[in-house]
Design a binder for this molecule. Structure first.
Ligand SMILES: *Cc1c(COP(=O)(O)O)cnc(C)c1O
Length: 402
């Protein structure tokens, strides 16, 4: 029985979502929450007894399962156990936390770093701790949900500007009263499209309008810049960003999020952020793994180089096969399919050939712009990339998007 929307809206919402999910599952178009049974090297996974090529991973440098990182995590369990004694502020801080934060600060070229239990929480708490009701926050329309939620939670005047549109950002900043605090927040690499923020212009506009600048480097650490240090290195403008946010769950194969910035700002967050004060510390194994990953990036620079070569091969190869890869310049490579249906058909055909990809449909992206959101990593070999691109081409022709 369909619940009554007016008398029980909660039950109605639950029912409506379950209908949608069940419908997709029955039609054989449900590709979310698929359990992986086993890791098979850098770029293969075992799913339901089948070995699949992974082309949907955020592990951009292929670091999941790296022996040094695994060993660091095991040692941390031996030394400290699997949990902490509570929140960081009270008994939860380990020497490992401080060593990790110093390692990240050095990597980022900032004075200090603070870490939180996830990247999502990092954006939520940092934005809402730094700005409040009488302030203005400016956010690119394609920014990640965690930034949007942080802005909403802050209760500040929330101004969204058209994606990467510097003229509009200039105008919006100019419209704000001069005596209010202003914060501009942008993704470095946009997570659905793979394109890069025009950082030099954003920096200039922040100077012109006396605004703080926060950049989310979730998809740029290990990906952009000669040594994988991210967007400042990419543009050669080190020291331009006030607040650098990153996650420990993508290129870094662990969990958690961080903010790198001035020592005073970090001290302020450590004593004012509710997510830091009222939520548990990251566990020892994950901290040790994260720290070791930064060391591996430094010691194995070939990974960043290989990712760059693989990205180039992948984007050019897909374009020459006739795919629309939209505006990507990075390891996130969308394959435009059009309707949600087409994206599902593409996914099914590709999964049948043992390649793991995922469709992104509305409302995550605008209607008519449904896509496969593929990723390439340093864990792939060029021959494997060629083989998979041939599969994409074959399926693309079968379903009629090529
Ligand atoms: C993944 C992601 C986050 C959230 O990070 P988690 O560590 O997964 O919570 C934040 N911002 C962007 C741009 C992301 O892609």
């Amino acid at each position: 029985m369909v619940p009554n929307r007016d008398t029980d809206p909660i039950e109605w919402r639950i029912h409506a979502m379950c209908e949608r999910v069940n419908g997709a599952q029955q039609a054989g178009y449900y590709y979310y929450n698929i359990p992986i049974n086993e890791l098979r090297g850098g770029a293969k996974v075992l799913v339901d007894g089948r070995e699949m090529s992974m082309f949907a991973s955020y592990s951009y440098l292929g670091l999941i399962g790296h022996p040094r990182i695994n060993a660091a995590a095991r040692k941390a369990i031996d030394d400290f156990g699997t949990g902490t004694h509570g929140v960081r502020t009270l008994a939860g801080t380990l020497i490992l936390h401080r060593e990790m934060e110093e390692t990240i600060a050095e990597f980022e070229g900032m004075e200090d770093t603070i870490t939180f239990s996830s990247g999502y929480v990092t954006n939520l708490t940092t934005i809402s701790t730094l700005v409040g009701r009488h302030d203005y926050v400016f956010s690119d329309k394609l920014n990640h949900a965690s930034i949007v939620d942080g802005c909403l939670m802050a209760g500040a005047k929330f101004i969204r500007f058209r994606h990467n549109d510097m003229e509009e950002l200039d105008m919006r900043l100019g419209e704000a009263p001069s005596q209010v605090a202003k914060l501009v927040v942008c993704d470095a690499v946009f997570s659905m499209d793979g394109d890069i923020i025009n950082l030099p212009s954003v920096v200039e506009l922040c100077k012109k309008h006396d605004a703080w600048l926060m950049i989310d480097e979730a998809h740029s650490i290990g990906v952009l810049g000669e040594t994988g240090k991210g967007i400042e290195e990419h543009f050669g403008i080190e020291g331009a960003v006030d607040i650098k946010m990153g996650t420990l769950s993508k290129t870094i194969p662990s969990v958690g999020g961080y903010i790198a910035g001035s020592a005073d700002m970090i001290k302020y967050l450590r004593h004012q952020s509710r997510a830091y004060i009222f939520s548990a510390a990251l566990p020892p194994a994950q901290v040790a793994a994260a720290m070791e990953a930064f060391h591996v990036i430094r010691d194995e620079p070939w990974r960043v180089e290989k990712l760059r070569e693989n990205t180039d091969l992948f984007i050019k190869g897909l374009q020459s096969r006739g795919f629309d890869t939209m505006r990507t310049e990075t390891a996130i490579v969308p394959l435009l399919c059009g309707t949600d249906e087409k994206a599902f058909e593409m996914t099914r055909g590709i999964h049948e050939r043992d390649v793991f990809v995922l469709p992104v449909i509305s409302p995550a992206v605008p209607e008519g712009l449904a896509r496969l959101r593929t990723t390439v990593t340093a864990g792939h070999e060029p021959e494997e990339i060629e083989r998979v691109m041939d599969i994409f081409e074959q399926v693309g022709k079968n379903v009629g998007i090529l």
